[in-house]
Design a binder for this molecule. Structure first.
Ligand SMILES: C[S@@+](CC[C@H](N)C(=O)[O-])C[C@H]1O[C@@H](n2cnc3c(N)ncnc32)[C@H](O)[C@@H]1O
Length: 277
């Protein structure tokens, strides 16, 4: 199979406009006035259920003040900034896309309480960190772009401290072939979805045990309906940064969820042996 990396970078980089993002933020507040991570959330939380999903994940993760947290596939950095502000911890965001890292740094400059938040370019399959660096890792709507799931979860386990935690928020396969294009992939060639069970199994094989699991398919569907995406409403906030095509891509996600082809899960795992719930 062809290397999906160049196509993946292009898929994300090609649609992002920092200039458009700047215009939207300028309409919210003057340049010298810092926004909160909650205010920027309509434009920088690139996943289903936006801010609400991240708040739930933060609550589930048990991250505490002073911890060192890694946000893998950090995108525009909304999750990293929110976690740092809410938990008073340090967060390093890593992303394959240089342009997303550039945008995440730009947003850091426009947002309050970002002293402990940094972003760097890097591949989740070979991260530039020593063994045992982080207390917790977040993977929000990223794993579906990564074919080598075993390699991904082994690498996450490597950079976590003993009893470190992994919080995931993923789209998963349910029943039938997904309809593309989708927000993370224009076609099936760049999409490496697993079922919920296969995701759980792959994470366990890397040495984690489950602490909590939530099926978020129904609330995700409701969120998309409320946004009006099923009707292709162009007022969708993320489209400001990522372009109008995102509206149609996200409408397809809504359709896949309502057809039962795809689902959404959130879960928290911890390194070390534990009983399967
Ligand atoms: C759908 S976005 C989610 C961004 C962010 N986690 C969020 O929820 O707002 C997926 C992100 O994963 C990044 N990504 C995909 N494959 C990656 C890899 N192998 N290593 C690091 N980042 C990756 C993409 O560049 C993109 O920014």
């Amino acid at each position: 199979m062809a290397d999906p990396m160049p196509g993946m970078r292009n898929h994300y980089d090609g649609r992002l406009s920092i200039e458009r993002l700047q215009l939207v933020l300028d309409a919210l507040a003057p340049h010298d006035q810092r926004l909160s991570p909650e205010q920027t959330s309509p434009f920088d939380q690139f996943h289903t259920r936006g801010l609400a999903a991240t708040l739930d994940l933060v609550e589930m993760s048990g991250i505490t003040a002073g911890q060192k947290v890694l946000d893998i596939g950090a995108g525009l950095g909304g999750t990293a900034r929110l976690v740092a502000a809410r938990c008073r911890c340090r967060v390093v965001g890593i992303d394959l896309s240089e342009r997303f890292v550039e945008a995440a740094r730009y947003l850091n400059g426009r947002t309050a309480k970002t002293q402990g938040v940094t972003f760097q370019v890097g591949d989740a399959l070979g991260m530039p960190f020593r063994n045992g660096t982080f207390d917790a890792a977040l993977l929000q709507h990223v794993a579906m772009n990564i074919e080598d799931r075993g390699g991904l979860y082994d690498e996450v386990a490597r950079v976590l401290m003993p009893v470190g935690r992994l919080a995931i928020h993923d789209v998963v396969l349910r029943d039938g072939e997904p309809i593309y294009p989708l927000p993370w992939a224009p076609s099936g060639e760049m999409s490496f979805l697993l079922t919920a069970k296969a995701t759980w199994d792959a994470i366990e094989r890397a040495g984690f045990h489950l602490l909590e699991w939530r099926d978020e398919s129904a609330p995700s569907m409701r969120w998309l309906e409320q946004l009006g995406l099923a009707k292709r409403d162009p007022s969708f906030g993320l489209a400001a940064a990522l372009g109008p095509e995102l509206v149609g891509y996200t409408a397809n996600l809504a359709r896949n969820l309502s057809d039962g082809r795809l689902g959404v899960v959130s879960a928290v795992f911890q390194l070390g042996a534990g009983a399967r719930g």
